[in-house]
Design a protein around this ligand. Structure first.
Ligand code: DGP
Length: 115
C-alpha cells in the first residue's frame, strides 16, 4: 500500500481544492502555487505514484488519463494558444507529491529549456 498523500485527500474531499474538471477517470484542480496564469493539476482516480508507473499500467488507464489531461486543457480554453504539460518524476524531476499528476501550464508563452 502506498502512503496517503495530499492528493488522495483532495480526491476524497477531505481537504478543499478548486476543482475545474472531473469525469469518471480524472480529477483536475488548481495548483496552490501557480507558476503561470493557468496552472492546473490532473490526477487519475485510479492511483499511481509517478509517471514511471505508466510503463506497467493497463494501457486503458493510461489512455483515459492522457485523454483526461487533453480534455481539461480544452475545457480551460487553452487549445488555441497552446500550453505545456509537465510530469515531474522522482527525485531529480523534483516530484514532491507521490501521486502521479500532470501539471497543465498556460496563459503565457513558456520558456525553453526549462530549469
Ligand atoms: P510536484 O510534485 O513537484 O510535481 O508538484 C506538486 C504540486 O502540488 C506543486 O506545484 C504544489 C501543488 N500542491 C501541493 N499541495 C497542494 C494542495 O494542498 N493543494 C493544491 N491545490 N495544490 C497543492
Amino acid at each position: 500500500m502506498s502512503e496517503e498523500t495530499i492528493f488522495d485527500k483532495i480526491l476524497k474531499n477531505e481537504i478543499p481544492s478548486e476543482k475545474v474538471f472531473e469525469n469518471e477517470h480524472v480529477l483536475a484542480f488548481r495548483d496552490i502555487e501557480p507558476q503561470a496564469p493557468i496552472h492546473v493539476l490532473v490526477i487519475p482516480k485510479r492511483k499511481m505514484e509517478s509517471f514511471a508507473d505508466l510503463a506497467d499500467a493497463d494501457p486503458r488507464d493510461v489512455a483515459a488519463f492522457m485523454q483526461g489531461v487533453a480534455r481539461v486543457a480544452r475545457e480551460l480554453g487553452l487549445d488555441e494558444n497552446g500550453y505545456r504539460v509537465v510530469f515531474n518524476t522522482g527525485r531529480d524531476g523534483l516530484q514532491t507529491v507521490q501521486y502521479i499528476h500532470a501539471h497543465i501550464l498556460g496563459g503565457r508563452s513558456m520558456k525553453w529549456p526549462p530549469g
